[in-house]
Design a protein around this ligand. Structure first.
Ligand SMILES: Nc1ncnc2c1ncn2[C@@H]1O[C@H](COP(=O)(O)OP(=O)(O)OP(=O)(O)O)[C@@H](O)[C@H]1O
Length: 248
């Protein structure tokens, strides 16, 4: 996808990828590459295949042809899922789900190797930082099922960011979130992209936002999908927390 800048490692590559549901072809022969420190905005009409594309990238769907690679490894052999944060479209918790907001956010820190390990003080500070980034510190001890849809979405975003993933995959992340929080969230994403060596791929219906941030010229197309790409070469911040650059 980003044909100009080859100074960084490949984070995602799709090589001749095809996919269809029960005979209905969604993609054919898709080729693109996302490099470290790219921010990719994916725009397309309803049904164009945006969610399907992201589900292929996180291994929830398998391509019917071609190959998906993450960080240079074919996805069927990829194991380092803690390097990736994913926020699917339209999450919601059953009102009876027993976990608190803090527990849901901290569940983003577990992977197979850490499953039975106690959280360290640093882990706890990191989870508080993610809650602060999404302005939900005051909800930390509430049950997730009792929150509004927009509040729950903020919890999913905090959960995806708690490990400070190298690649963040977002499917219409701010649907249902109020305007002020959306603005703060996009400021945070922008800062993380520009100064924290993170790579992003985000589906959005907000063409104005994508154009104002990533430019009005798509760098690639795949069927009915358009990819807008911005690459960062900015100096990186040394501060480890998520919120230092954007929130007071
Ligand atoms: N589980 C499924 N089984 C069969 N067909 C599906 C399934 N999920 C999606 N599709 C079809 O695949 C195509 C792409 O769907 P997808 O959800 O990826 O589109 P999208 O671009 O994310 O749409 P939207 O903007 O409405 O969210 C659509 O024609 C849809 O009807």
């Amino acid at each position: 996808m980003n044909t100009i800048d080859t100074c960084h490692e490949q984070v995602i590559s799709l090589e001749h990828v095809g996919f269809g549901y029960e005979g209905q072809q969604v993609f054919q022969d898709v080729n693109f590459t996302v490099y470290e420190r790219d921010f990719v905005g994916v725009i397309g009409t309803n049904g164009a295949g945006k969610t399907t594309l992201l589900r292929l990238l996180v291994g929830l769907l398998r391509p019917s042809s071609g190959e998906v690679k993450l960080f240079g490894t074919p996805i069927q052999r990829f194991k380092e899922w803690e390097r990736i944060g994913y926020v699917p479209q339209k999450n919601s918790f059953n009102p009876l789900f027993p976990a608190t907001v803090m527990e849901v956010v901290q569940s983003g820190m577990y992977n197979r190797s850490r499953l039975f390990r106690r959280l360290t003080k640093e882990d706890i500070n990191q989870s508080k930082d993610a809650l602060r980034a999404m302005r939900i510190e005051d909800l930390a001890h509430k049950r997730i099922g009792q929150l509004s849809g927009g509040q729950q979405q903020r919890v999913f975003l905090a959960r995806a960011m708690v490990n400070k993933p190298e690649l963040l995959i977002l499917d219409e992340p701010t649907v249902g979130i109020d305007a002020q929080t959306q603005k703060e969230f996009f400021n945070l994403l922008q800062h993380l992209h520009e100064h924290h060596h993170m790579t992003f791929i985000m589906v959005s219906h907000d063409l104005d936002l994508v154009n104002s941030w990533l430019g009005s010229d798509p760098k690639g197309t795949c069927g009915k999908l358009n990819f807008y790409v911005k690459h960062s070469h900015n100096v990186e911040c040394v501060e480890p927390d998520l919120t230092h650059g954007v929130l007071s």
